[in-house]
Design a protein around this ligand. Structure first.
Ligand SMILES: Nc1nc2c(ncn2[C@@H]2O[C@H](COP(=O)(O)OP(=O)(O)O)[C@@H](O)[C@H]2O)c(=O)[nH]1
Ligand SMILES: [Mg+2]
Length: 325
């Protein structure tokens, strides 16, 4: 299939073309990799910003405020809401909420929800590819909201230029509850619900922890980024302009220090590996019919005549044989 007309409309900011391209990628329709390869040349314009943190911290409320502020500044904004715990996709809560508000008819805003059932090739990989399509579609900002459950904060850091970790005063016994891995990947910290008791204390605790980390030289580079800790009341919009200013400062630092280039190169390495990985699986299970080979040997495995390991070795051996001929 020729994707040129679709890509041209996508670049022109046509929402229907964007939705179509996303569906091609999510469902791995024939030629989806060619489509992504072609849009790859027009990437790099959008700033990708990850918003992560525990459920209920106010991430969606914050995202709504950021969208409104960026729109006011004349920027086109896309939101990707990723919820690995939800099987739903295409219009979960955040989307519905924002759609109801002033942006309903605004083609400078695009909202997409992705759940665990939303993508054939793995949620994290597909989310990164959807971000590419949004970048190609000329959005200035791409906000990726991820529910902070385990691996997902780390995943979101791997797909964005700046990662914002949203915490709330009541999120437990202060920062002891934070897994250190999360602290390591965040570029900016937001203590939301600053209208509640304990916000200032949490901010001080965070600053102490970050200061200690800095002194311990955990950040290797010469040009240090001083992680800001901001207070917000997302429901009222307090602290939003400060957050936007901090994101701008972070972007400037990323550029000046060469970190942006570094992060993007690292992402491209990961992406290439992911694509090889996905294509290999598809080849093994679909084209080389590994399932069929295993089915043929299942009786032998079940009767104890052969182990799963030997059969797996046979399958792989068969693949290598096929490669040579
Ligand atoms: N008191 C207070 N409530 C907030 C604030 N921000 C968000 N909320 C409320 O917290 C709840 C969860 O917000 P939501 O944005 O859905 O959180 P998410 O799960 O992190 O996306 C909602 O009821 C919000 O209205 C805030 O700054 N102060
Ligand atoms: Mg949310």
């Amino acid at each position: 299939m020729n994707f040129d007309p679709l890509i041209a409309r996508l670049r022109a900011g046509n929402t229907a073309a964007l939705a179509r391209a996303i569906s091609v990628v999510e469902n791995e329709r024939p030629g989806f990799e060619r489509l992504l390869a072609e849009v790859h040349h027009s990437l790099g314009r959008a700033r990708r910003i990850g918003i992560t943190g525990p459920p209920g911290a106010g991430k969606s409320t914050l995202v709504e405020r950021l969208v409104a502020a960026y729109r006011q500044a004349g920027q086109r904004v896309a939101v990707v809401a990723v919820d690995p715990t939800s099987p739903f996709t295409g219009g979960a809560l955040l989307g519905d909420r924002i759609r109801m508000e002033s942006v309903a008819l605004d083609d400078g805003v695009y909202i997409r929800s992705m759940g665990s059932r939303g993508s054939v090739g793995g949620l994290a990989t597909t989310t990164r590819e959807v971000c590419d399509l949004l970048d190609a579609a000329n959005f200035d900002r791409i906000l990726v909201e991820t529910v902070g459950v385990g691996q997902s904060e780390l995943d979101v850091a791997g797909m964005t230029d700046s990662t914002v970790l949203v915490l709330v005063p009541e999120s437990g016994d202060g920062i002891q509850t934070l897994k250190s891995g999360v602290i390591e990947v965040a570029d900016l910290f937001v203590v939301n619900k600053a209208d509640r008791p304990g916000a200032e204390q949490l901010r001080r605790d965070l600053e102490v922890t970050l200061g200690l980390r800095r002194r311990a030289g955990r950040q290797a580079d010469a040009v240090l980024w001083k992680h800001p800790v901001l207070l917000t009341v997302a429901t009222k919009g307090d602290g939003i302009s400060e957050l936007i200013a901090a994101l701008d400062r972070h972007h400037a630092w990323l550029l000046e220090s060469g970190t942006l280039q570094e992060r993007r190169t690292r992402r491209l390495l990961h992406r290439t590996r992911e694509v090889v990985d996905r294509a290999t699986r598809r080849w093994v299970w679909e084209e080389a019919r590994a399932d069929q080979r295993i089915a043929e040997r299942l009786e032998d495995i079940s009767a104890g005549r052969v182990s799963p390991y030997e059969v797996a070795a046979e399958v792989l051996g068969g693949l290598k044989q096929g490669e040579r001929t």
